[in-house]
Every structure is written in C-alpha cells, then in structure tokens.
Design a protein around this ligand. Structure first.
Ligand SMILES: *Cc1c(COP(=O)(O)O)cnc(C)c1O
Length: 379
C-alpha cells in the first residue's frame, strides 16, 4: 500500500454539521457555525478577536490592507516560506526584503532583522515554520523600537505556543491556515487573529467587501453600505461547519501529531547520532503542534536520492521551499541579488516525511526502515 504525503481526515461531526447547516437554510458566510468557530478560537487561544477567512492567504491580504501598505513600503520576511507570505503585501505594492533563517529552527533569524530595516520599512512578518515559534520576544522588541507592525504568519502554528502565548496572538495581527495539509482542516480555510484592537472594526469591513454589513447584522446600523476598500474574504457555512467539528477535537489531533512526531524522532535518532541526517530542533520556549516532520540530509544529491528511493517504495516524501529570493517574481520585486546562505543550503537538503492524522505506526515503521535501508546501501 502506498503511503501518501498527506491525507485529509475527519475526527468527529464534520459531515453531520454540514448537513445541519444545509437543513438550517444558511450556507453563505457568517452564520452560526462561523460564530461558533470564532468563539471557540478566541477562548481556546485567549485571543481578543478572530475572524474566519477562506484561506490564510486571504487573512494575510487583509493584514496588508490593515497595515495600509503603500507602493514602495518595505516588508521584512524570510525567503524560506510559502509565496502567500510575500504576495499579500506585494499585491499592495510592497517591496519584499528577505532575511535569512536560523539553522536550528529554520525560522527568520531575529539577529539579522535590524540591519534590514530602512525608513521605508512598515511590517515584519515572522513565519512560524513547522509550528515552532520564532523568537517573538526579540522581534516584538525590535518592532516596538522602530514603530513597525508585526504580522505573524502562523499558518503552520495553530495551537502552538511561544513562552505560554499562542502563536498568532503575539503580533499586531496573526494568520492561520485550515488548508487540508495543515493540522486542523476545512479543505481551504483560514483565520485572521486581531490583537491590536485599533484594527478590529476595519478588519470586519475589509472582510465584508468594504461594507459595514457586520454592524448591520448586529443591529448597530440600520442599513449597510460601501465604506472602505475590501473584498470577499469569508468562508461559506459549509466550510465553517466542517472546521467547527475539527476544532472540537483540537486536543485529540494535537496528541496524535505528538505521537507521530515522537515515533519519527525516536526511530531516526540512531541515524542522526551517526551524523547521517538531522532531525528538527524545538527550543524549550516553544510548545509545538508538530505540524510537520522534516529531516535534513548532508547534501542535495543524498536528499534527491532518498526521495527517489522512498518514491520507488510507494512512500511520498516532499521538499520545500524554493527560496523566494531566487524565484522569478522574488528577484523582480526585491530588486537585489543578495545571497541567503542558510536558506539556500536548507532548501536543497530538506525532506518532509509523510505526516497526517491517520498515519499508522506500521506505516511510520516502514518509512523509517526504508530510510535506514537507503543509508546502509549507500555507504
Ligand atoms: C499553508 C501556508 C500558507 C497559505 O495558507 P492557505 O490557507 O493555503 O492560503 C501561508 N503561509 C504559510 C507559511 C503556509 O504554510
């Protein structure tokens, strides 16, 4: 039996809640399931305001509008990330300023941020890679000193903590993803976390096509109209119903992910001990949701060889990210040819192993055995 890289799953009442939404006759956005998701996320993560969106990409786009990004403004972010982190700000005319990552967590290197700041800098976007928190204390301190906004791309960090605070709730704004490849899923899906209260009212308006419809539904105004820029960023109730069933089982899902992570960690420890590969490092300040399990190989050839070997055995391991600063669009928009040695090295050596809720111990054993086999045969 092949072992896929990812597999969407259900844990509870997903299909029942979808049926309920349909039978109740409300399947557009902002119905009872959306409100239940908002309340659950705000309570669980101790967040002042959460708004569901149709994706993390959408939440990042709202964040860029809230930060009032103007053409020529600069945004500091890692190059080792998904395109949406950059795109959302570049759509508003921002210039991306890429900063290298730390070799231990693969998160933005906070020590390199300050030298990237200019008088055009407006926002810092830390990306919590693999659900491991960036050094938020330092990043918030730098942002405060320079009057910059912090937008946490916590797409992978839902339910992870940094020094006791949930990721996404530390910066001015945070963004979550519920894409089917993430920990808690609704197919496509996301949320904007608003921590700086000055943004709450405008976020609701931007998300509702630039209208004050949310106020209208709450009875605060007697008609709704076009009051600001905006777009349609809210998910359907069908999506919110599916998501609510997943959110009811956050702890069960976290526990399963922890078991999967521990299995790989223990199984691959001997190879790591021999220096054949490296396994993830989680700093003590971070409580991790175990979003993904990656290994770092000594070089690109070994990585590609191992990936091909696993594929031959029906095991689908994948790599990412092609660094944004080396991409066609990244080169045009960043308009400089800076080298980011850690990013470039990591992107050639990283391999993500199958990791999903229904992955069994027998399947994990098979993955570990095939990695061992590859090394024994390649020595
Ligand atoms: C998945 C991901 C996104 C995009 O999430 P969508 O919900 O698919 O829009 C953005 N940033 C990072 C770091 C991601 O991993």
């Amino acid at each position: 039996m092949p072992i896929p890289f990812n597999k969407p799953f259900i844990v509870g009442k997903e299909l029942y809640y979808i049926a309920q939404a349909v039978l109740e006759g409300h399947i557009a956005g902002d119905g009872s399931f959306t409100r239940k998701c908002h309340a659950l996320l705000e309570k669980k993560f101790n967040a002042s305001k959460v708004l569901l969106t149709h994706s993390c990409t959408a939440a990042l786009e709202i964040a860029a509008l809230l930060c009032d990004i103007q053409p020529g403004d600069e945004v500091i972010l890692p190059s080792f990330t998904f395109v949406s982190t950059a795109n959302a700000f570049c759509l508003r005319g921002a210039k991306p300023v890429f900063v290298d990552i730390r070799p231990d967590t693969l998160n933005i290197n906070e020590k390199l941020i300050e030298e990237a700041i200019t008088d055009r800098t407006k926002v810092i976007v830390p990306v919590h890679y693999a659900g491991v928190g960036c050094e938020m204390e330092t990043i918030m301190e730098i942002a405060g000193r320079h009057g910059l906004f912090v937008v946490e791309d916590a797409a992978q960090g839902v339910s992870s903590q940094y020094k006791g605070k949930y990721l996404g709730t530390i910066g001015d704004l945070g963004t979550y993803s519920f894409h089917e490849t993430k920990n808690f899923i609704s197919g496509e899906g996301g949320a904007l976390v608003i921590n700086n209260e000055r943004f709450i009212e405008r976020a609701e308006i931007i998300r509702e096509k630039g209208t004050d419809r949310s106020k209208f539904f709450r009875g605060e105004v007697d008609k709704y109209t076009w009051v600001d820029l905006g777009s349609s960023y809210l998910p359907s109730e069908i999506v919110a119903a599916f998501l609510y069933a997943q959110l009811e089982h956050i702890d069960t899902i976290n526990q399963r992910r922890q078991e999967i992570f521990n299995y790989y960690q223990q199984g691959l420890q001997p190879l790591a001990g021999q220096g054949l590969l490296q396994i993830p490092h989680i700093p003590p300040a971070c409580n991790c949701n175990n979003h993904l399990f990656y290994i770092l190989l000594p070089d690109e050839q070994t990585r590609d060889g191992l990936m091909a070997h696993l594929k031959n055995k029906g095991i689908y391991a994948v790599f990412h990210y092609l660094p944004l600063h080396l991409s066609k669009m990244g080169k045009i928009l960043a308009n400089e040819s800076k080298r980011l040695p850690i990013t470039e090295s990591i992107s050639k050596r990283l391999l993500r192993l199958p990791c999903y809720y229904e992955l069994t111990a027998a399947e994990q054993e098979c993955v570990v055995k095939e990695i061992e086999y590859y090394f024994s045969y390649n020595e």
